[in-house]
Design a binder for this molecule. Sequence first.
Ligand SMILES: [Zn+2]
Length: 137
Amino acid sequence: MTEQPTEQERRTLNETLARAMGICPHKWIFAPDNLDGDSDYPEKLCEFCGKRVRGLAYRVDGKVNAPDFTRDPAARDELVRWLAADDARWREFAFRLFDLVGAWPPQALDSVARKLLTADPLVIARAAVEAIGGSND
Ligand SMILES: [Zn+2]
């Protein structure tokens, strides 16, 4: 049974993975040098990539624009393809995954394939964050 994370933990996992994959999760803050602009539509700045936007769709402290790797099987599959694209990253991920799901040895390839297709997206996300050097706490 997988221990369920808080929403903040999910958000951190999703942001960490999105950034590692080159998908900016766009965390909007008010652009500091534009406070005298149109006050109804103040300019916002992404804290991560520096993109600037205006409009009501871009909420400061709003939900991050990252795939939900911890719940969405399609995002999990996208994450697994990204992990598989690099030999060293994949090897590290496989060891982390097998540590989390309690299967050993990782050379058991039939078991690897089954775990990847059936594992809870949360387990894949956690193993991936560990594999890229992030914290799983
Ligand atoms: Zn961004």
